[in-house]
Design a protein around this ligand. Sequence first.
Ligand code: ZN
Length: 236
Amino acid sequence: MKKIMIDMGHGGKDVGATGNGLVEKELNLVVGLELKRILDNYDAIVEVTRTGDVYLSPDERVRLVNNFNPDLSVSIHHNAAENPSARGAEVIHAHYDEYDDKLALDILSKLAGIGMPSRRAFTKLNDKKEDWYYMIRRIWDNDTDAIIVEGGFLTNAEDAKLLKSQDYLHKEAKAIADAIIGYLNLQPVSNIPAWQTEAFEKLIKKGIISTPEYWATRLGEKVTVGEMFGVLAKML
Ligand SMILES: [Zn+2]
C-alpha cells in the first residue's frame, strides 16, 4: 500500500505568507485536511504533519516525514510576492527526479482546470548543487518523491479572490488529489456493502449516473432529499 505524507506548511507562530486579508497557514491547513479526506477513500496510508494551528520546526517537520517514510511527500503552501501582479500556481520538485516533473505538471494542469493559472513547475539548487528547499532536499530519495505545491498568490487580487472561498480551497485539494491518484495509480476502497456497489454499477450502465469518478468516492456519504429526488427524476 502506498504511503502519502501531506505536509501543511507553516503553523502557530509561523504564519507564512499574508495578503488581501488571507493568512497562508490557515489556507494550507484547509487544503491539506481536505486532501487527506479525499485520499483516505483510496488504497493508501495517508498522514499529515499537523491537524491544527501548531508550529513545527524544520527538523520536527522533516523527522515526521522521514519517520513515516512515505512514497510521496506533498507540502501545501501558498505564495506571496512584492509585485502584486505575480499570480498563479507553482509546483517545485526534486532536481534529480525526472518523474516528479510529470506529477508537478499534472497538478498545475488540474489547478488550471479550476481557474488558477499555471505559473511554472521548477527545481531550485543551492551552491552545493542540492535541492534548495529543505522539504525536498532532506526528504527526497529514490523511495520518496517530494514536491511542494504553491497554490497561488495571496498578494494577487485575482488569486486571493479564489483563495478566499472555502469551496475553491476544496476544489484545489481535489485537483491535487486527482493528480496524486493518477501518479500513484491509487484505487478507491470502500466498506460499502456489495448490494450498494452493484446498484451503483447498474445505474452507471443505465446512464443514470453520468459522473461515476465523482460519485465513486462518495458511496458512504449521506444523501440529501434534494439529491435523491434529482436521481429519481432522471429515472422518469
Ligand atoms: Zn509557505
